[in-house]
Design a binder for this molecule. Structure first.
Ligand SMILES: [Zn+2]
Length: 71
């Protein structure tokens, strides 16, 4: 099995996170990367880039709320 590049969370663009089905999951119904996998494990995890943008935006809003609010 070839060593897979760009399979882990953090190795793909946030906008691409879980926008494609995981090839390991399709083939074996399980994935060695588990929760850290950047690909979707099933339809429920599959999302669009548009959703990612919204999620990323909300996450940024939330995380920047009480940490560093210097304007
Ligand atoms: Zn996976």
């Amino acid at each position: 099995m070839p060593r897979s590049a760009k399979h882990l969370r953090g190795e793909v663009k946030p906008s691409k996170f879980k926008t494609s089905m995981c090839q390991y999951f399709i083939k074996d119904s399980e994935c060695p990367f588990g929760d850290k996998c950047a690909f979707a494990h099933g339809d429920t995890e599959l999302r669009s880039e548009q959703q990612n943008l919204v999620i990323h935006y909300l996450d940024h809003l939330i995380s920047s709320d009480d940490s560093d609010s210097s304007a």
